[in-house]
Each structure stands twice: as structure tokens, then as C-alpha cells.
Design a protein around this ligand. Sequence first.
Ligand code: 0L1
Ligand code: MG
Length: 262
Amino acid sequence: MKLDARTIAALAEHLETCELEARDTPKITDEHPQMDWDDAYAIQDAIRRRKTDRGHRIIGLKAGLTSHAKMKQMGVATPVFGFLADNFALPEGGECSVRDLIHPKVEPEIAFVTRRALKGPGCHIGAVLAATDFVLPGIEVIDSRYRDFKFDLKSVVADNTSAARFVVGGRALPASEVDLRTVGIVLEKNGEPVAFGAGAAVLGHPAAAIAMLANHLGARGGEIPAGTLILSGGITEAVAVAAGDSVTLRVQGMGSVGMRFT
Ligand code: 0L1
Ligand code: MG
């Protein structure tokens, strides 16, 4: 690691304050170009601890930048991982207040819920499918705390991979009842289709993103616990939203889920 404990704590406080006050900031590597991956995840972990110390629960995990569309949109080449806190969850069909956010965008995703723990190294798609209780449609609302979504990967990891809100719903299916590579999705904004794709856009198979997460955690002595909700990453580019917009994600054979922005 290149940063000392005080700097990590200060950066976590800075980024979380930006999140809570819906205020943007230049990317943190501008001031700390020497920051490494361990520093980036240590800052994310410190944000997580700040939340749990205030009584929030961590209710899920996420993989981000898992599709070529997203990687191309953001000019990066590697997936990243973050956490979902209880106050990120919105009810199906519910409202998302943009006053609490900086510049929200939505991503159509497949959510997994595990019934058994998954631990790397060596986790693979087969192990993920065997350990999955069910899959269901999910929309992630991302909201990078970095000005104009201008960042590099280490800054993004420190910022909990832009996690802000999410909704899951529609029809939950056992993973054996859906071909997650070929399953088609349509994202609608205000009734108009704005993005289309298939599950294979996520690393060839959305379960590959979950396997990568298990391997990432395994390398740090952790695991994906049983009963964890995981967002596997945007299937298409992220779509900007504003107050007054409503979005619906339709997933073939799995119904739809939506939210309104106020
Ligand atoms: O969930 C995601 O794919 C977002 C990862 C972070 C980068 C971004 O803000 O687009
Ligand atoms: Mg996402």
C-alpha cells in the first residue's frame, strides 16, 4: 500500500460526504497519483465501515464495468467490485429522488441471490450457477461522485464503484430455467426503448462476473456469503436520467422492474 491509514480515512470521509451531500469532487488520484489497488479497496472498506458504524446494513454486492459497452463508455478495461447498503434499495415501482444524487444514470442488470457461499480462488460459472438460489431483473442507479464521471479505475473503486441506488423485481427464476447468455433485455425510458442487449454482453455470461467477484474476495481472504444479492453489471451503456423520468427494464421470461425519478 502507498497511502497511510490517516490518508485512507480522510479520503473515505471525503468521498462519503460527497455521496451524502450529493456534491461532486475531482478524482482522488489527482492528489494521490501513487495510490495502488489495495489503497483503493481500503478506502472503499473504510466507507463501508463508516456506514455500518452508523447502523446501516450491507445487503449486497456488485460487479461493475463488466460489459464491453460499459468499458468502452468509461474508457477502461477491468471490472470492479463494490457493496450495496440498505439505504440504496428502492421498492419495485418506487421513487428515486434526484435531489439526493449528483448525476444519476441507470444500468440494466441481472441480479443473483446465492443460497450457498462462494469462495475463490478457482470459482467458475458452474460453481456460481450451482450456488445460485435465483436470478431476477435489476436496475442499478449509479452516481459517480467524480465531476462529470471523469475518473480512473482506482478512483472508482475507492468511490464504491459509483453505487447509489438499485431496484430488483420482476420474476425471480432458478438459474437453471433461463439461459443467461441469450436472455434478451430492453431498457425503456419514459415508454421509449433506449437500450437493448443480451446477458452475454456481461463477460460472455453474467455468472462470470459473480465468479470474478468470488475470486477477487478470495484473494483478500473473503467470500460471497450465502443469501447475498449481487448485481452482475450493466448489460448496456448507462443511461442518464433526470427528475420526471421513469425507467422500466424488461427481461425475456423474467418480467419487468421499474422506478420513477422525482
Ligand atoms: O456499476 C457499474 O458498472 C459502474 C462502475 C463504476 C463506473 C461508472 O460510474 O460508470
Ligand atoms: Mg452497475
